[in-house]
Design a protein around this ligand. Structure first.
Ligand code: G4P
Length: 530
């Protein structure tokens, strides 16, 4: 048991969140470089090759040259076993992006220093806040002209509502980027861009008290500005408090440049010190401890159609407690069955390998003959508990689905229901209208194409999608409310999900506030929970 505990305690499982192009992939590559998982930075993405080799199983991905899936990277660094969960971005942003955060114990938020907080970061950040997981900020691209540092921090605090505590502080940016000031050790680490990221460049560490050396290294003007800024900073910024960090109330902020590999290892080291070991997880029987309980896991993602001929799926599960061994029998609680997991795999960026063992904190993918649903629990045969469900996230794009051939009703209903069960889309109905009119909601528009493609290819059903103008959906928390008496805005539409839960659709965010104003007892939520 002791060695299991040791294995679990050296695990760190986190997701990287960012707006596309902020540098998430570049930063990940540099992490892997330190972990020795790759020899040369650049081989994670290699844009068209390595990344797609993993997930070119779906035609649509090949056609578009993007990855609809997300993967997990595992590597070792200084005794830690690190799991990085990739959150898909760009057009392939989907509910999976959100769900991935349900499997992480902390999040690293990458921000482009010249752009500040961007839309996608904001959305993902909300999920982290809901889970109260630690959030670490890496402000990237300091080798390019950046926004004012104080303004950047202010923006994070105001826009995201989290206190910030800079761990280091940049000296200039762009062509005048001289390095960072390490606040703990009161020294300056000078920037050097000689190695273009294949390894850390030559840097010098100068104590800030050594004024003569400092002025010589970064110039008198920069040294003067730094001295003023340090004074301001020490007076103004929040005190570092690890407890607050771990409760997700304070984000440590780091500045660097992933491309030139400056400040990346500094970040990694500090991050590993401050972040958390695998967290306990809520179940209907109470909190389940990663180290004190035997094997348990929950399914956070299902990926369909790995092999078109077989219509098979891969269920991704996060191990929450204990150790998993390949030969082990486990109980699928929702299915009420004891079973052996089939072909447990670790899905890596460049390869898939069959696993012999895995520990709390790790992610495994198993072959799923269609029995798992998102949020399902697995545990030891003698146990019986269910992990708290994964919320449903608000879609932002809606379309009415029309089926072209009415003779194929059955296949249509089966197909669309199955795809919805996998969590790729959400389906809704209008009140008093049956399954002949379905409204589909998605988080990223690409899912519409995926739906159309899959219905045609797997279920032989042709559909037409009519985009609807709604952008906001809210779950009605107090379900007992009399829907007929709701006085909404003219753009509001009442719908229900497959379980009959009432929801409201709006075109404008303004209307949500208006509707709440007009119906004082109405409680709305951005997340759906069963
Ligand atoms: P993402 O995964 O968050 O979408 O971003 P990614 O790492 O792919 O980076 C987006 C672009 O920003 C890339 O340039 C990358 O080289 C660049 N970049 C990342 N970090 C830094 C940095 O610290 N400094 C500077 N100056 N640039 C950075 P690209 O031209 O779009 O791609 P590529 O041709 O370099 O691969």
């Amino acid at each position: 048991m002791e060695s299991i505990e040791k294995e679990i305690n050296r695990r760190r499982t986190f997701a990287i969140i960012s707006h596309p192009d902020a540098g998430k992939t570049t930063l990940t590559e540099k992490f892997l470089l330190y972990g020795g998982a790759i020899n040369l930075a650049g081989s994670v993405k290699g844009k068209a090759t390595a990344r797609h080799a993993v997930s070119d199983w779906m035609e649509i991905e090949k056609e578009r040259g993007i990855s609809v899936t997300s993967s997990v990277l595992q590597f070792e660094y200084e005794g830690f076993c690190i799991n990085i969960l990739d959150t898909p971005g760009h057009q392939d942003f989907s509910e999976d992006t959100y769900r991935t955060l349900m499997a992480a114990d902390s999040a690293v938020m990458v921000i482009d220093a010249s752009k500040g907080v961007e839309a996608q970061t904001r959305k993902l950040f909300k999920v982290c806040v809901m889970r109260k997981i630690p959030i670490f900020t890496f402000i990237n691209k300091m080798d390019r002209d950046a926004n004012d540092t104080f303004e950047l921090l202010d923006e994070i605090e105001k826009e995201l509502g989290i206190a910030t505590c800079p761990v280091n502080w940049p000296i200039g940016s762009g062509k005048r980027f001289k390095g960072v000031y390490d606040r703990n050790n009161r020294c300056v680490i000078t920037f050097s861009d000689t190695e273009k990221g294949t390894k850390e460049g030559e840097t010098t560490v100068i104590p800030v008290e050594d004024e003569a050396r400092l002025s010589q290294a970064i110039g008198e003007e920069a040294a003067g500005i730094l001295s003023d800024e340090i004074e301001l900073l020490d007076g103004a910024s929040a005190e570092f408090d690890l407890q607050q960090v771990q409760a997700g109330e304070l984000t440590p902020v780091f500045f660097g440049s992933a491309l030139t590999n400056f400040g990346v290892e500094f970040f990694l080291k500090h991050f590993l010190e401050m972040t958390t070991t695998p967290l306990p997880r809520k179940a209907d029987t109470g909190l389940v401890s990663p180290t004190e309980n035997e094997f348990s896991a929950f399914v956070f993602k299902i990926q369909a159609n790995m092999n078109k001929a077989h219509r098979d799926r891969i269920a991704f599960m996060r191990i929450c407690s204990g150790k998993y061994e390949a030969s082990m029998e486990v109980k699928h609680v929702q299915g009420g069955r004891v079973m052996r997991l089939s072909q447990p795999q670790q899905i890596m960026a460049s390869e898939r390998k069959i696993l012999e063992e895995a520990y709390a904190g790790d992610i495994i993918g198993v072959f799923d003959p269609g029995i798992f649903s998102i949020g399902d629990t697995l545990c030891m045969p003698k146990e019986q508990f269910k992990y708290e469900g994964i919320p449903t996230f608000a879609p932002e794009h809606f379309a009415r689905v029309r089926q072209m051939d009415t003779m194929k009703r059955k296949q249509f209903v089966k197909g669309i229901t199955q795809i919805a069960q996998e969590g790729a889309i959400q389906i809704f109905q209008e009140f008093n209208i049956g399954m002949e009119e379905i409204i589909v909601g998605v988080v990223g528009v690409l899912q519409f194409d995926v739906l159309k493609y899959r219905l045609e290819n797997e279920y032989n059903v042709e559909i037409k999608l009519e985009p609807l103008p709604y952008e906001h959906i809210r779950w009605i928390e107090n379900k007992e409310i009399d829907l007929a008496k709701l006085t909404g805005t003219s753009d509001m539409k009442k719908i229900k999900d497959l379980k009959g839960n009432p929801l409201l659709l709006f075109i404008n965010s303004w209307s949500i506030g208006m509707t709440l104003d007009r119906n004082k007892d109405l409680v709305l939520s951005e997340f759906g929970r069963d």
